[in-house]
Design a protein around this ligand. Structure first.
Ligand code: NAD
Length: 266
């Protein structure tokens, strides 16, 4: 049995992760974390599913991580950086699904992976992981004369933009086109922008309602467009991917992995 701790237990992803763990005989819920001011602190983690698990939602990170194999974290960057340090200290592996990290924070995650095993992916779904490979294949073929644009849509509660997945798709396209996303990305347009620079990769963000997550990578040429689209209809897809990542880490002491490693797509 793999002993799993969840961070952000009362969040949308936290709930989807709990459901996934309760349905998986290889996984055991070892602990449940949330922010200290969450009204769910002190409640049984299974309460909303009608289960008595004896795992009490807590904000005591060190105590909760004691004896655990892996922490699955879908929270906020500032919280995740604290969890990262605690995991290093406790020798607990980490599945990191939070998005919106700065470059500096990403470097800290890379450094921590020298001491613990980490799966870090802005989108844990199998379909999006495949989409990254498809985008790279398309970008290599459509390298000349095609403009690359990435369009994403998410629910009204999402706090970062563009989505971590859109940025990851942009990185994948940029890598295949031998470009640096940092210097070629255009995040939204307004006013007199001038003609489009052929070397740019554009991003457009839509926010509204309960959209779980839509991503399209558009290659627009003369006389044709190629659109590669993924639509998530339930958070279960991310939760199941994250739990698969937790199992993948069971045999790996250290190293930074993404979902392509987990799914054997490299
Ligand atoms: P949510 O707002 O529903 O839940 C966030 C959880 O984090 C809550 O339980 C909240 O209490 C907790 N939290 C917030 N700030 C905290 C802090 N400072 N310390 C401790 N806990 C804190 O959000 P969500 O929709 O569940 O998404 C969470 C994160 O996961 C976001 O970054 C989102 O973009 C990302 N996400 C990633 C994937 C993926 O596949 N990698 C999929 C969906 C969402």
């Amino acid at each position: 049995m793999i002993k799993v701790v969840i961070a952000g237990t009362s969040g949308r992803m936290g709930q989807a992760l709990l459901e996934g763990i309760f349905a998986d005989s290889e996984l055991q819920l070892h602990g449940a974390l949330d922010r200290a001011d969450s009204p769910r602190i002190g409640r049984d983690a299974g309460e909303q599913f009608g289960l008595a698990t004896n795992v009490i939602i807590s904000a005591d990170v060190d105590k909760t991580l004691c004896g655990a194999d892996v922490l699955v974290d879908f929270t906020r960057p500032e919280a995740s950086m604290g969890y990262l340090t605690a995991c290093e200290k406790a020798g607990v592996k980490l599945v990191l699904g939070t998005t919106g990290f700065s470059l500096e924070q990403k470097k800290q995650i890379e450094a921590a992976a020298e001491r613990i095993g980490i799966v870090f992916a802005p989108n844990m779904s199998v379909g999006v992981t495949l989409l990254i490979n498809l985008v790279q294949a398309a970008a290599r073929v459509l390298a000349d004369g095609y403009d690359v644009e990435i369009i994403e849509a998410h629910h009204r509660h999402k706090v970062d933009a563009p989505s971590g997945t859109a940025l990851r798709l942009g990185e994948a396209a940029a890598e295949a086109l031998s470009r640096d996303l940092q210097s070629c990305a255009v995040y939204g347009r307004e006013g007199v922008t001038g003609e489009r620079d052929a070397n740019t990769i554009g991003f457009a963000t839509v926010r509204g309602g309960d959209v779980v997550g839509d991503h399209t990578v558009l290659f627009a040429g003369i006389g044709e467009r190629v659109e590669l689209t993924h639509k998530a209809s339930s958070r279960a897809t991310f939760a199941l991917g994250a739990l698969r990542a937790a199992k993948y880490l069971a045999d790996r002491k250290t190293g930074l992995f993404d979902m392509r490693d987990v799914l054997g797509l490299r």
